[in-house]
Design a binder for this molecule. Structure first.
Ligand code: HEM
Ligand code: HEM
Length: 189
């Protein structure tokens, strides 16, 4: 056995949750962008003879967005549990892998990228919950805003990692690691 059942379940649930979180960000920045939708609402209401200010239109557009964005928080809770479970696996049930020192340079780089990714997930979980609960934590709006900026900046790494990882796995599967993807499904070498 290469990857334990717990580890494989973790991998796919985590992939699902990370895709979901990226999906909510995508919607927030595109179809449900409150700035763009405020313009649309104002324009369309104007056509039917109702005048509202851009500030009022933004309130409406944010109300439309809010049901979708709740999923960022719901998936955020799921991510925290997944990160905690991954830490548990690190401590008590690390998969039996080749020791780091005997890996090829390429494999070392791949492993290093995974560790950076894990650190990033941990950071996103902590920073996300700090922004979400900033009032209860006694933080000012300014500090919460600054943390949000970092949260948003670090998101770029996740955005780059995911397609890079999938492309890397597909390339490895087609070159010298036949069956790599199925090891993450059935656990066998
Ligand atoms: C958001 C999507 C995904 C995330 C966040 C993600 C994350 C990860 C992480 C962190 C690892 C390292 C596990 C470790 O050794 O500690 C890993 C390994 C792996 N993932 Fe993913 N993954 C995603 C999607 C996928 C998809 C779509 C596939 C299949 C096409 C896949 C196939 C694999 C395989 C085969 C490995 C083992 C590779 C190796 O040993 O280097 N992953 N994934
Ligand atoms: C893979 C993990 C995550 C990614 C990639 C991610 C990405 C992002 C991005 C890009 C933004 C800025 C959106 C914008 O202003 O356009 C954001 C905001 C935010 N995220 Fe996350 N996030 C993640 C995890 C979390 C977690 C675990 C929580 C915890 C609840 C969280 C809570 C928040 C909150 C509260 C905001 C601020 C929303 C606002 O200003 O109205 N995020 N996230």
């Amino acid at each position: 056995m290469k990857y334990s059942l717990g580890f494989r379940v973790w991998h796919w649930l985590n992939a699902f949750v990370v895709f979901g979180l990226l999906g909510t960000v995508f919607l927030r920045k595109t179809f449900l962008s409150y700035k763009e939708n405020a313009e649309i609402l104002m324009g369309k209401l104007h056509e039917i003879g109702i005048e509202i200010t851009i500030e009022q239109a933004k309130v409406l557009a944010k109300a439309i967005r809010s049901g979708m964005w709740e999923w960022h928080i719901i998936l955020g809770y799921a991510l925290v549990f997944l990160v905690a479970y991954r830490i548990y696996l690190f401590v008590v049930a690390t998969p039996k892998k080749e020791p780091f020192s005997t890996l090829t340079l390429h494999k070392k780089a791949v492993q290093a990228l995974y560790y950076v990714f894990y650190a990033t997930l941990l950071f996103m979980s902590i920073s996300g919950f700090i922004i979400y609960f900033y009032e209860a934590l006694g933080l000012s709006k300014e500090i919460a805003h600054d943390i949000k900026e970092v949260h948003e900046f670090v998101y770029t790494f996740i955005l780059v990692f995911v397609p890079l990882h999938i492309a890397g796995v597909i390339i490895a599967e087609n070159r010298d690691e036949k069956g790599l993807v199925s090891t993450m499904i059935n656990g066998h070498e």
